[in-house]
Design a protein around this ligand. Sequence first.
Ligand SMILES: NC(=O)c1ccc[n+]([C@@H]2O[C@H](COP(=O)([O-])OP(=O)(O)OC[C@H]3O[C@@H](n4cnc5c(N)ncnc54)[C@H](OP(=O)(O)O)[C@@H]3O)[C@@H](O)[C@H]2O)c1
Length: 222
Amino acid sequence: MAIIGAAGRMGLFADRWLSAQANFEVVDRIYSKDDLPKVLAASQAHVALDLTRASLGARHAKLILEAGLRPVIGTSGVDSMEDEALDQLARERGLGGLIVPNFSLGVCLQQKLSLLAAQAMGVVEIVEEHHLRKVDKPSATALDTAQRIHEVLPAGSAPVPIHSIRTLGVHSNQTVICTGPGEVLRIVHETYDLEAFGPGMCLAIQHVMGQIGMSRGLQHCL
Ligand SMILES: NC(=O)c1ccc[n+]([C@@H]2O[C@H](COP(=O)([O-])OP(=O)(O)OC[C@H]3O[C@@H](n4cnc5c(N)ncnc54)[C@H](OP(=O)(O)O)[C@@H]3O)[C@@H](O)[C@H]2O)c1
């Protein structure tokens, strides 16, 4: 593994988590001061995990593929408009890659269950709560969940409403609420530690080793 953004909160976590796994080795730690194309060109890593800043994810995915490594992009905010060009480049190079807006297995499963519930019950809302330091509102995960649910609702359905709360005492929670006549189904996910991202990170890395082409979402690994 090469970790890009190795000094950041997520980069440090990924280094600690992956270094503790028997089947992974972190061979390169890449920082903002480094010449990324040069370090990647010399790297012995098979996979590069990008955990940097929104707006850099797509550019870094391209550089990683051009250097012959497989990208796993955990950095937020990669526009889905970039997916096709990245997929094409990955196929040309014969490499796998994955964009993972959220590494949490729980969020991935919550989204899968929500699609089932929304198709059956139809009326859906999302409530997301985060700590006061979170700057984006609604969260990217809530927007992604709402979009995925909307895609399985009948054509012409209104967008799924998202209620965002920024408050003390929570890290990151998301509840999908489905209502039917006389009943309410709540699908609740709560994150309280960065470790929530560890197992999903490992799955994503294993996934790109066995694929050709670039895809999006941890759903591809489950
Ligand atoms: N996919 C997920 O499940 C998930 C979960 C949580 C967070 N995230 C996302 O992961 C990213 C990192 O989050 P974080 O909390 O770790 O942020 P952070 O603490 O601010 O760390 C970002 C790191 O990226 C480095 N960096 C910036 N530009 C770089 C470049 N061109 N090359 C190499 N490194 C560069 C920064 O270095 P300098 O300080 O030197 O600029 C910093 O060390 C964010 O986009 C965040 O939204 C994703």
